[in-house]
Design a protein around this ligand. Structure first.
Ligand SMILES: Nc1ncnc2c1ncn2[C@@H]1O[C@H](COP(=O)(O)OP(=O)(O)OP(=O)(O)O)[C@@H](O)[C@H]1O
Length: 258
């Protein structure tokens, strides 16, 4: 069943058409990757779904509600979540405290003095950490966690908002290959179990072909292909778009090519 429907989105910056008549849907529990060479329009499309950019034309519907002109905060309340990097300033806080802060802000409560807030939502925060396999690290400062574990905490923070749709911009950037697979396997299993649609941009083709149910390929603001990873890998126009990077579309190691 369709969760997100994007119809005819268009955005120009001066003379540059960054997105042209972009149409796609994301279903509940579905992982959709948006790929394309540098400057193809991925961030532009992503930010029009997230509400950071207003389209010149077109519509964004979530669960049938038109959110095209809604602010990021309003979208958030409708169920559009986004993973953010744990900022440098929050690294000194424990994993649980980071998730508690997210829970407090999601429920629009003032953090007030830190000491009473410390116990607030503790139980729920630990539950969310358990969901990403990080319950035992609840009291460890994020600064002491491995990078891949901080990414899991970021996922728990995003889940605190109980999103219907999760936007992930380059979720595995800077991670080792094995950590990438683990994070995306985890994301896929949570998305499937909770019926969360996931829209992600990604440069790493192993991650894209190994984890997306469907892939959308942009080139100069246009969708040139949409389909399953196997369909996309075989698509001649996509191959041409990635010309010069002849290994980009190879099957991930350990999987059978189509
Ligand atoms: N704020 C802006 N002002 C002017 N031009 C912009 C702006 N944002 C994007 N563009 C232009 O729009 C086009 C699409 O950019 P966008 O960042 O969406 O591509 P991308 O696929 O995300 O690229 P990358 O993979 O390099 O991040 C590019 O030509 C870019 O220069």
């Amino acid at each position: 069943m369709t969760l997100l429907a994007v119809n005819g989105l268009q955005k120009s910056f001066g003379g540059v058409v960054a997105a042209r008549d972009v149409e796609f849907t994301v279903g509940r529990g579905e992982m959709l990757a948006v790929i394309g060479p540098n400057g193809a329009g991925k961030s532009t499309v992503f930010n029009m779904v997230g509400g950071q950019l207003r389209p010149d034309r077109g519509r964004v519907l979530l669960d049938g509600h038109d959110i095209t002109h809604a602010s990021p905060q309003k979208r958030f309340r409708r169920g559009v979540g986004r993973t953010f990097q744990v900022a440098q300033t929050f690294l000194s806080m424990s994993a649980a405290e980071n998730v508690q802060m997210a829970l407090i802000s999601c429920r629009r409560q003032s953090g007030g003095l830190w000491s009473p807030a410390r116990e607030r939502h503790r139980e729920k925060a630990v539950q969310l950490l358990a969901r990403v396999g990080m319950a035992e690290a609840a009291d460890i400062p994020c600064s002491a966690l491995a990078y891949g574990d901080v990414k899991r905490v970021e996922l728990a923070i995003a889940l605190a908002g109980e999103p219907k749709l999760l936007l992930m911009d380059e979720p595995t950037a800077g991670m080792a290959p094995r950590e990438r697979t683990e994070l995306m396997d985890l994301t896929a299993s949570i998305a499937d179990a909770q019926g969360i649609g996931v829209l992600f941009t990604e440069h790493d083709m192993d991650v894209v072909f190994g984890h997306a149910a469907r892939v959308l390929v942009l080139l100069r603001g246009r969708i040139i292909a949409a389909g399953t990873p196997d369909e996309i890998r075989r698509n001649e126009e996509v191959k041409r778009a990635y010309l010069g990077d002849e290994h980009a579309l190879e099957a991930p190691k350990g999987t059978r090519p189509a």
